[in-house]
Design a protein around this ligand. Structure first.
Ligand SMILES: [Zn+2]
Length: 521
């Protein structure tokens, strides 16, 4: 190629890239009549049993109005769980996929054989993110930079280098990339945006209009998620993998770092958790304490401790007599404390890809996934990377996705060239890169940075439970809290009076009741 051609190609590619950025079609309206402006909003919900958020922010549900999602959630009762809406198959559910019952990762068991070890190679999964806003465009907006940042967080967590990961956190050898080629073979940025209040409220079969072939793409949708933080419509072994409704849904308020919901759900890890379900993982607290075999009871994973109920903060409890996996992505802990999938969880996910999602992932060279066009891994996309790519122009030999074929279409050409230009400059900077520490020196807070801001979370009952000055848990001790940490936290989670005011006879009786296994004195 003559050098004078370069500016012309640059111009054409930039034009092409800009066009593809703008080329998303106006979505079909589902369930919204043409006279929508005349109709009172309350008549628009398809399913009155599910919450509907109006343009003014109010939530309508079962003919009641709530000013905020928090208010709505509280009204659902103390046992209401809005974190994850993924349905759990009941114990003993048959595998829903004909021919795969008895697989190494069906609904009944996990056989973590070496076939599923990350050392067998990297897998790359093409992703499309469908952003759904309400008709007015007042709710649900997520920009491209936030989406790219979220995919980076997903990759960091799956590779074991997330914000709170330790050096020895295992990597899954699975990475995710916004699709570079759409189902029709066209160039794309892997994102669609639409405005539709029905879809925004997680109603109407939006996937029938929006989904990209679910056998080949991970379809992620953002909307109000029915009041949940996120969900997957079914575990893959339950039989819907690759069907048109196969999807991951994440609330737009908890998508990406520093979302509208705020702490402690502000580190983009709802998506990590839901993709765990999408790849076949149960909650760590599925089915409570393990039965006879850890591989076929509980969460069907042997290297996660048994757990009877979710953890909601960072403190470790022992709901089954061993320390709970508070740091596991498949728990409900504060996101800042989550840091790992275990080796057997990783093998179960890779088994799920190979068994239930065989056309989804591609084998790939190890690339600098955090910044996909940084071919020499120096933290910037610049002329050196362009030179490396130009040297590889042409068809790719073999099936392996090679670094440089950024859109995985089997050829390194102008489309990949276009992606280098879009990524030109420093790799996606972390919004907290410039902040050294957020530690405020208070032992009773957990401090971290999200979206460039320091966040400080109060550790519940800190300094009240488990201190030597606190009295016995099995007496009316005349002061807030008691000396056994686990017992005190469990009782106070149920009855905050015991930690806020005083550990009275009622608290003592709870500790002695046998209803709190943490209280074994
Ligand atoms: Zn979940």
């Amino acid at each position: 190629m003559r050098f004078w051609m370069l500016p012309a190609i640059l111009l054409l590619t930039v034009l092409g890239a800009t066009m593809s950025l703008m080329a998303f079609d106006a979505p079909e309206r589902v369930g919204v009549s043409a006279d929508v402006k005349k109709s009172p909003p309350k008549n628009r919900a398809i399913d009155p049993l599910r919450p509907w958020q109006h343009a003014d922010g109010r939530i309508e549900h079962r003919r009641r109005f709530f000013d905020s999602w928090d208010e709505w959630r509280i009204a659902q009762g103390p046992d209401f769980d809005h974190r994850c809406g993924t349905p759990s198959p009941p114990p003993g559910s048959p595998d829903g996929v004909a021919g795969f019952a008895g697989s190494d990762c069906d609904l009944q068991q996990t056989v973590p054989s070496d076939d599923y070890d990350p050392s067998n190679g990297d897998l790359v999964i093409p992703v499309v993110v469908h952003v759904m806003q309400n008709d007015e465009g007042t709710l649900g907006w997520i920009d491209r930079a936030t989406i790219e940042q979220q995919i980076k967080i997903l990759n960091d967590d799956f590779s074991g280098v997330g914000v709170s990961s330790a050096d020895d956190t295992p990597g899954a050898g699975v990475r995710f990339a916004l699709a570079g080629v759409d189902p029709d073979g066209g160039s794309t940025i892997g994102i669609t945006w639409s405005q539709n209040s029905t879809w925004f409220n997680d109603q109407g079969a939006y996937w029938e209009s929006l989904a990209w072939d679910p056998t080949r793409y991970l379809n992620i949708y953002t909307n109000a998620a029915g009041g949940n933080f996120g969900y997957v419509n079914a575990l893959p072994a339950a039989g819907l993998a690759g069907e048109i409704e196969d999807r991951v849904v994440v609330s737009w308020r908890t998508f990406g770092e520093g979302g509208d919901y705020g702490s402690p759900q502000d580190l983009g890890r709802i998506l990590t958790h839901e993709v765990g379900h999408y790849l076949g993982l149960f909650h760590t607290f599925q089915d409570g304490c393990d039965g006879e075999s850890c591989s076929s009871s509980g969460d069907r994973i042997c290297d996660t401790p048994s757990q009877a109920s979710p953890n909601f903060e960072c403190s470790s409890a022992d709901t089954c007599g061993t320390v709970d996996a508070v740091e596991n992505f498949m728990n409900y802990s504060w996101q800042v404390c989550m840091r790992e999938f275990t080796p057997d969880q990783i093998r179960r996910m890779r088994c799920t890809i190979q068994t239930y999602r065989p056309d989804l992932a591609m084998w790939a060279e190890q690339c600098a996934y955090t910044c996909e066009c940084d071919l020499n891994r120096d933290g910037r996309v610049n002329g050196s990377d362009l030179g490396l790519m130009l040297g590889k122009m042409g068809p790719v030999e073999g099936e392996l996705v090679v670094c440089g074929d950024f859109n995985f279409d089997g050829v390194i050409d102008g489309n990949d060239f276009g992606r280098i230009l879009i990524s030109w400059g420093d790799c996606i900077p972390g919004p907290c890169d410039d902040i050294d520490t957020c530690d405020d020196g208070d032992d009773c807070t957990v401090d971290y940075c999200a979206a460039g801001e320091c966040v400080s979370l109060d550790i519940p009952f800190c300094g009240i439970c488990g201190t030597s000055e606190a009295g016995s848990c099995y007496e009316s001790n005349g002061s807030p809290g008691c000396s056994e940490m686990d017992c005190c936290e469990a009782v106070c989670a149920f009855d905050p009076y015991c930690c806020q005011i005083t550990w009275d006879a009622s608290c003592k009786n709870k500790a002695l009741s046998g209803n709190f296994p943490e209280c074994d004195g």
